[in-house]
Design a protein around this ligand. Structure first.
Ligand code: NAD
Ligand code: IPM
Ligand code: MN
Length: 366
């Protein structure tokens, strides 16, 4: 039986994960999903329970699982810890140790939410774009890094942006492959005008495109322009491929096109093994939302849609993923909203209530 490791984490993580677990139980009945779920601690919860943000045993379980589903990590309680002991380190370590170099962050506007975006509805209605973010390299992991005293009461902080040809090519290949199954267009984003990593990025993407993907349309765009174009005319994009830091920022920006950060799922994928299987971790794009944690009002849809991505990418259960996405659409169509999706004329519901309604919709269609 396929083994899924669930790491709820901190803040709203456990609240939204509880709904996903209940919906997974429903899907087990309606779609015959047979998964073995295991749970573990990660982030602040792991610091409190086990003394470190990611226990070795948890890492081993993640390496042995068929897929990992993570809630969120971090929060004010742990913010003053030394850098390498913070909850966020757990996430970075999982990504690195599992080799999850390609982070897929789709931004899809569900029709009933076109008015919930901070942009005019006509700009976002029907939007379906995919950000492919490089996830195990760049300034997040580059050496040297650190903060040092340089005398005279002054300190100096260093981070290093570094990419190799191979790191760029493998994530670009994921973007081109995805584009072929979608709108066949890739925009590659960097700052080749000011950074050598940007120059190499552009050259490698251009070369790979010419060698293997010249049936896909490719455009290069500076990252600052891309950030602007995303709010000017988001529907010009199909697939955006970019580095770790730009991808982090552009995906939060894209989230607001969909109405709420609480709507954006993600899949982080490694390289395929000999049998074509990829290590994978699925997580919402949002964080632990300490400002609303414990109130039962968090939007569970980003985590639920991440679970749907897992069903599709890791287990080839497109039918069950469709059922989840269909149920989400219908619940939104009926005007039910968690408070993050402020819209006049809709009904405010709790995390639990929207979870219940999704279960009901999934059961109805069977
Ligand atoms: P955040 O994503 O947690 O929250 C930003 C804003 O969006 C908040 O107002 C929050 O209430 C709202 N929001 C986020 N998710 C929501 C949801 N599902 N439903 C309703 N509203 C939602 O970002 P932040 O406040 O900058 O960071 C808080 C903590 O989370 C920090 O410790 C940060 O490091 C961590 N973080 C973790 C992850 C992750 O685990 N993948 C991602 C981002 C931030
Ligand atoms: C994300 C988060 C993480 C990142 C943090 C919490 C390490 O913001 O997944 O987008 O910066 O990658
Ligand atoms: Mn982020």
């Amino acid at each position: 039986m396929a083994k899924i490791l669930i790491l709820p984490g901190d803040g709203i993580g456990p609240e939204v994960m509880a709904e996903v677990r209940r919906i997974a139980d429903t899907l087990a009945e309606t779609h015959g999903l047979a998964f073995e779920f295991e749970e573990g601690n990660v982030g602040g919860a792991a610091i409190d329970a086990e003394g470190a943000p990611l226990a070795e045993e948890t890492l081993q379980r993640a390496l042995n699982a068929d897929a990992v589903l993570l809630g969120a990590v971090g929060g004010p309680k742990w913010d003053s810890l030394p850098f390498d002991q913070k909850p966020e380190r757990a996430l970075l370590r999982l990504r690195k140790e599992l080799g999850l170099f390609a982070n897929l962050r789709p931004a899809i506007v569900f029709d009933p939410l076109a008015d919930a975006s901070s942009l005019k509805p006509e700009l976002v209605r029907g939007l379906d774009l995919m950000i492919v973010r490089e996830l195990t390299g760049g300034v997040y992991f580059g050496e040297p890094r650190g903060i040092e005293d340089i005398g005279g009461g002054q300190r100096r902080a260093v981070n290093t942006q570094v990419y190799t040809s191979e790191e760029i090519r493998r994530v670009a290949a994921v973007a081109f492959e995805l584009a072929r199954k979608r709108g066949n267009r890739v925009v590659s984003t960097e700052k080749a005008n000011v950074m050598e990593t940007g120059v190499l990025w552009r050259e490698e993407v251009t070369a790979l495109h010419a060698e293997s993907y010249n049936d896909v349309s490719l455009e290069h765009m500076y990252a600052d322009n891309c950030a602007m174009q995303l709010v000017r005319q988001p529907k010009q994009f199909d697939v955006i491929v970019t580095d770790n830091l730009f991808g982090d920022m552009l995906s939060d920006e894209a989230a607001m096109l969909t109405g709420s950060l609480g709507m954006l799922p993600s899949a982080s994928l490694g390289a395929p093994d000999a049998q074509g299987r990829r290590k994978a971790m699925y997580e919402p794009v949002h964080g632990s939302a300490p400002d609303i944690a414990g109130q039962g009002v968090a939007n569970p849809l980003a985590t639920l849609l991440s679970f749907a991505m897992m069903l599709r990418y890791s287990f080839d259960h497109g039918d069950a993923a469709d059922a989840v996405e269909g149920a989400v659409t219908r619940v939104l169509d009926r005007g039910l909203r968690t408070p993050d999706l402020v819209q006049p004329g809709t009904t405010k519901v709790s995390t639990r209530e929207i979870g219940d309604e999704i279960r009901r919709e999934i059961s109805k269609t069977e």
